[in-house]
Ligand binder design. Sequence first.
Ligand SMILES: Cc1ncc(COP(=O)(O)O)c(C=O)c1O
Length: 414
Amino acid sequence: MNEKKLNTILINSKVKNIIKAHDTPFFIFFPNIMKKKIDDLKASLKKNYSNSQITYSVKTNYLPFVVKKAYSFGAYPECISGFEILIVKKLNLLNKDVVINGPLKSEEDLIKLSKLGCRINIDNFTELEIVQKVAMKLNLILEIGIRIYTKLGKKTWSRFGFNLDNQEATKVAKIVKKKMPNLKIVGLHMHIGTNILDTKIYKNASSAVSKFAYFLGKNDLIDLKYLDLGGGFATNLPFKDYKKKIWNVPTTNQYIKAISNPIKKIFKNKLPKLILEPGRFLVDESFFLVTKVKRLRGKTLDSVILDAGVNILPSGKYRKHNFFKINNKNKKIKKYNLYGPLCMQSDCFRNNIKLNELNKDDVLYTSYAGAYSFSQSWNFIQFSPPVLAFEKKKFILIKRKQNLKDLLSRDINE
Ligand SMILES: Cc1ncc(COP(=O)(O)O)c(C=O)c1O
């Protein structure tokens, strides 16, 4: 969705009314926007590749309300850590369709997940040895996926999984077959990075994964059930250092075609299940951050201190968040530097951003605040902000503001 549409949704929610009742800063979650993204992805998959499963990358925003909503809209959880697994279990969503990734899975978790039959993608050799022992102990033939990578572009990831380019991945598949009797490879996983604008990279990734799966199949090294192409789809918010004029985000269909066509070309009528794990794409647009102008400084009062810092919206450091004034009575346009309250030089959202003239206590908001905001935020000189959701024409509190008791609850000699 573009910014204009998102802004209209926020303004139509009568956000002004809740600003009176809540201290800023706070986040607002619109489940309907997330639903629209999931529906859009579902529709594209139905058209292009119906044997598919959408999972939601929990790390992107692990607020329980959000994870539950994603599930209710049709996206199963994808977890990369024990901490996320605990959240998903607490929500009663831990079942065989949950996808497990990440480079450091505990033995305890692997036992629990193996018993449940979750889809576990193995990241490294040590993990493979551990999971073989676990499966032997449980007297299981455990179906696993292996994570692989190949060189695709300058910014694509290459530090997770097994290398396709130097045959490490082939070697591992042979070791599993010959020396790990309790394991059976049934899937391949590749996550190529985040905010990927170029669909050719997906085409190449999908082609590499499909060819490798085909090769393994021919050599009796895989009993292919699924291919997992990870996440990484971009949203409509450029990086501050992006050099090109237009940040051109492909359509959902363009992403899905790039991924599905190479699989269909190779596997024709016997298509494996396609799993996707988007995070940013599903949640980024559904969150807004609301903040207030607290101080103005400088000769022309053009440097503004907001009550939200980059600690609660880390993407503010490197992405070009636009800010909008909720009450636009003052029509005079001025350029501003927008800072947070953090006593850190880097606590700056924007330089020279054009805004209607600002005064103390004016309310600003920014969109695309859902991905890696809450989940990567850090506590620094301020309490963590509350989160509201807008549902059935009402705002509800889904996470209260942190207080001193929360903050000190782990300190021994308080
Ligand atoms: C394995 C895996 N899957 C999915 C994702 C989600 O990525 P994105 O939010 O870019 O869609 C990530 C992000 O780091 C990841 O590591």
